[in-house]
Design a protein around this ligand. Structure first.
Ligand code: SAM
Ligand code: SF4
Length: 322
């Protein structure tokens, strides 16, 4: 294990159809109550235990992590943990302009902003709440202005935003921002995923290759999930995450911690291992270490490789942390 993804909340100010459809996550939906969330002290204690076990990178996610009050304090606390070399954040970006300076000062190194469309109507429809794309673009500018290394992720769904692939790629090249396209995945049980709505990595590359001169680059490390292409002029990179058409379970190095302290060894799992119970039981770090080591050692997750062959329930991505 190398990367730890920590969900700070299962709540979100967006209702992206592919993640939290409004028919399910409407006004009556019961999100986790405050007392069930791990405290910052609990998160940092776990991080300290995990570093000697191989974790060097931490990514804060959710739900929408910028909805968690005091996130900057958590980042500052994590930044003091010896061995954590990289602290990153994944966000929908709508609150980013407001937080960017404090995040950078606290010790955040990188931010990944989800941006699925530049067209204001398509963007507003996709986020389910009519949020304005300009606010996300302002968030990206602010993050860069305060020195945060910034990438953009776009999920492409056929018939929804496939016409946005080239406009997004042109914008990213113009701005010099690295952009990654993600195949629409069958995470959770609520998005009504259909295979024919997936725009495959191969199709994406065909669309991009018709306009841009792209040069493949070698993976930076084993288990890197995106395949990357550099623009020939060196301006920036385009990546494609083929999680559906080219699964990478075997090389997966990610451990995910849900906001209520369950450890998931796979994005497509139904159940996590309860770590909060151990954290709140008065047990020592040795017990914590043994529980994590045990769940990692016994993991048999190969969901993406078995897609279509085995049917089992899956937790929602907004809960276990994207
Ligand atoms: N709210 C934050 C955001 O949107 O960036 C962080 C959490 S979100 C669950 C993390 C990432 O998961 C986002 O980039 C989002 O686009 C992606 N995602 C959510 N549902 C997905 C799906 N069904 N297929 C592929 N990616 C998905
Ligand atoms: Fe919220 Fe991110 Fe899910 Fe969209 S993808 S609903 S922004 S958690």
């Amino acid at each position: 294990m190398r990367d730890l993804r920590i969900s700070l909340t299962d709540r979100c100010n967006f209702r992206c159809r592919y993640c939290m459809p409004v028919e399910v996550f409407g006004p009556g939906y019961r999100f986790l109550p405050r007392e069930e969330l791990l405290s910052f002290e609990e998160i940092v204690r776990l991080a300290r235990v995990l570093v000697p076990m191989g974790i060097g990178k931490v990514r804060l996610t959710g739900g929408e992590p910028l909805l968690r009050r005091g996130i900057e304090d958590l980042i500052a606390m994590l930044a003091t943990v010896d061995g954590i070399e990289d602290i990153a954040l994944t966000t929908n970006g709508v609150l980013l302009a407001h937080h960017a300076e404090a995040l950078a000062l606290a010790g955040l190194g990188r931010v990944t902003v989800s941006l699925d469309a530049l067209d204001p109507q398509v963007f507003a429809r996709m986020n389910g709440v009519g949020a304005k794309v300009d606010r996300v673009l302002a968030g990206i500018s602010a993050a860069r202005a305060f020195g945060l290394r910034t990438k953009v992720n776009a999920v492409i769904q056929r018939g929804v935003n496939d016409a946005e692939v080239l406009p997004l790629a042109r914008w990213a090249k113009r701005e010099g921002v690295d952009l990654r396209f993600i195949e629409y995945m069958d995470v959770g049980e609520t998005n009504g995923w259909k295979l024919d709505e997936v725009v495959s990595a191969a199709e994406l590359l065909e669309i991009l290759g018709a306009e841009f001169e792209l040069v493949a680059r070698e993976p930076a490390y084993r288990g890197e999930v995106a395949s990357h292409w550099a623009h020939r002029d060196g301006s920036c990179e385009i990546g494609v995450i083929a999680s559906v058409t080219r699964p990478f379970c075997r090389d997966c190095q990610r451990l995910r911690l849900s906001a209520d302290g369950k450890l998931f060894t796979c994005l497509f799992a139904a159940e996590g291992h309860d770590i909060r119970g151990i954290l709140r039981s008065g047990s020592g770090d040795d017990v914590l270490r043994a529980a994590v080591a045990g769940s990692w050692a016994t993991r048999k997750d190969r969901y993406s490789e078995e897609r279509g062959l085995v049917v089992r329930p899956k937790a929602e991505m907004s809960y276990l942390g994207g």
